[in-house]
Design a binder for this molecule. Structure first.
Ligand code: UGA
Length: 438
């Protein structure tokens, strides 16, 4: 199959590298520098296994070009993988999806399947179809084509593995031709891994499955974070509570880790966009709204708790972890942004360290750059610190020599916002320890 992928961001690049194991894949991006780097085998994002895959298939079954006309005309399945940032009122900003659709309409030369992989609200596939039709009308020609919704469920940090070992592939189709094309496309992957479930739905259902899944997971996190607050008050331990709940197969033990709230480029944005879509349709999604509110409050509660235990004014606070989760350099909507800003506003000086996220983090807090020192490693970070806050649960923090950490710190206060040491009796004895819900 000849597959064309428009957009080499996170989703586009992972999808193209994985699909090039089975098909001939060509990628296009408006950013010429990106295309140049990728053509030379340089991966532009940090993602486990991605660069290896890129170099394995590059110039054999995987190609990068900067000509969208060539991409559209020479391939029979075209994936739209461009960004859908948050718009002004919380809804998804679809301008890039629409621009790409227009280009497809301008250059389409024979029957094709257009696959929407970008995260887009219900109804977008219909709009993509009508934009392409508008362009065909301008060109005064008729060419049959299908628009399919095939949302992605990749997690940053394990994206390649998530696609190769997906729980499910969701394909929203409205024609037999599209159904056939998509099953041929995914056939080799499904043959290789019989655990992957393949589900065909209508286009609208596929679009909604994506948002509903992210909103449900976000709700699960907010739920456990709220129960953690109660656990702390009544003397229960949230780790045991979550474990006990998770043993019920209907609940499951995943996404029940209490912490300082969800971040990243997906949950916050998708939850907002789903609420907005519901509002536009006269539906009040109060559970999803509550999940969003709790996530905001949790960060404020954490800062309040820190400030109630230590007067941070003129103190040096060490922060371990700036990325929104481990194994990524992504700091978008990371809880670290809010927490660090608030502590600086309260007069603290921050020593920060993250194994991957420091460069990206700097851009979120430029106005406070004089109050934040970026450190070479986790030990330099804690030198003479009055308190240590763990925000991201990287393995290197779990494996740190905490005896050395205590020696280097001025004071021994430890806020473990991911509960990585909550079961470690020695650390809880050696430090003035505060976890979440423990
Ligand atoms: C999320 C979804 O998990 C993917 O299925 C989806 O494809 C993706 O969004 C997307 O829409 O593109 P991702 O944003 O990479 O993936 O991150 P997650 O691993 O889901 O974590 C999100 C946030 O929740 C992180 O800040 C993490 O620390 C937090 N989290 C997660 C918790 O606080 N507790 C948990 O138990 C789990």
């Amino acid at each position: 199959m000849r597959i064309g992928i428009i957009g080499t961001g996170y989703v586009g690049l992972v999808t193209s590298c994985v699909l090039s194991n089975y098909h001939n894949v060509t990628c296009y991006d408006i950013d010429k520098e990106k295309i140049e780097n990728l053509s030379n085998g340089k991966c532009i994002i940090y993602e486990n296994g991605l660069e290896d895959l890129l170099n394995k298939n590059l110039n054999k079954s995987l190609f990068f070009i900067d000509n969208i006309e060539k991409l559209v005309t020479e391939n029979n399945v075209i994936f739209i993988c461009v960004g859908t940032p948050q718009g002004e009122n919380g809804s998804a900003d679809l301008q890039y999806v629409y621009q790409v659709s227009r280009s497809i309409g301008q250059f389409i030369n024979k029957r094709k399947v257009i696959v929407d992989k970008s995260t887009v609200p219900v109804g977008t596939a219909k709009r993509v179809k009508s934009i392409i039709n508008e362009e065909l009308l301008n060109r005064k020609i008729e060419i049959p084509f299908d628009v399919v919704s095939n949302p992605e469920f990749l997690k940053e940090g394990s994206a390649v593995n998530d696609l190769l070992n997906a729980d499910r592939i969701i394909v929203g189709i409205d024609s037999v031709d599209a159904s056939e094309a998509m099953s041929i496309l995914y056939y080799p992957l499904l043959e290789e891994n019989h655990n992957i479930k393949y589900l065909e739905t209508t286009v609208e259902s596929a679009e909604l499955i994506k948002y509903a899944s992210n909103a449900f997971l976000a709700t699960k996190i907010s739920f456990i974070n709220e129960i953690a607050m109660l656990a702390e008050k009544v003397g229960a331990n949230i780790l045991d509570v979550a474990k006990g709940m998770g043993l019920d197969k209907r609940i499951g033990n995943k996404f029940l880790n209490a912490g300082c709230g969800y971040g990243g480029s997906c949950f916050p944005k998708d939850v907002k966009a789903l609420i907005q879509t519901a509002n536009e349709n006269g539906i009040n999604l109060s559970v999803v709204q509550a999940a969003q509110d709790v996530n905001q409050n949790i960060r404020a509660n954490v800062v309040e708790k820190i400030c109630s235990k230590i007067d941070v004014k003129d103190k040096t606070i060490a922060v371990w972890g700036l990325a929104f989760k481990p194994e990524t350099d992504d700091t978008r909507e990371s809880p670290a942004i809010y927490i660090i800003k608030e502590l600086v506003k309260h007069g603290a000086t921050i020593n920060a360290y993250d194994p991957q996220g420091m460069e990206n983090f700097k851009w979120n807090v430029v106005e406070y750059m004089n109050n934040i020192r970026y450190c070479k490693n986790e030990y330099e970070c804690v030198a003479d610190a009055d308190c240590l806050i763990i925000i991201t649960d990287w393995n290197i923090f779990k494996e740190a020599d905490m005896g050395l950490v205590k020696l280097k710190m001025k004071n021994n206060i430890l806020f473990d916002l991911r509960n990585i040491f909550a079961k470690n009796k020695e650390i809880r004895r050696e430090f003035e320890y505060y976890g979440i819900g423990v």
